[in-house]
Design a protein around this ligand. Sequence first.
Ligand code: RTP
Ligand code: MG
Length: 139
Amino acid sequence: MRSDRTFTMIKPDAVANGYIGAILAKINKGGFRIAAMKYTQITKDQAMKFYEVHKNRPFYNELTDFMSSGPIVAAILEKENAVADFRTLIGATNPADAAEGTIRKEFAESMSNNAVHGSDSNENAAIEGAFYFSDMEII
Ligand code: RTP
Ligand code: MG
């Protein structure tokens, strides 16, 4: 399992608020290379499949409604120690707890509308990247 890739989505709130460019700039400044990227909108069913690990959590329905409510940017990012370093760059799930200088501190609206997703393990990074991209689309 490779450790130099993670998967991210710029979530519907951040896209609607016009933050795509600013968030991509922070990702690049953070030392991540874009290996794949697409602007897309997923259906409720696709969101339910993507977040299947959370299916028993109380926020599953709200989360999958939100993630299918508007366009997102999905991307595979490359950097040494990508998963952990990207989670540091995005900050805590709840923006009220996110450290100064993190993406969520700057751009997130709330716990549910929190601007970006970041994979939580190398295994999930591979699974999530493959959900959106074929091998041919990963540069
Ligand atoms: P993500 O997967 O989006 O990178 O976020 P995360 O690891 O920090 O948080 P996770 O526990 O995986 O939860 C996934 C997303 O569900 C929403 N959430 N809402 N209302 C709530 O209590 C609640 N808890 C989580 C957030 O949008 C979170 O990013
Ligand atoms: Mg997560």
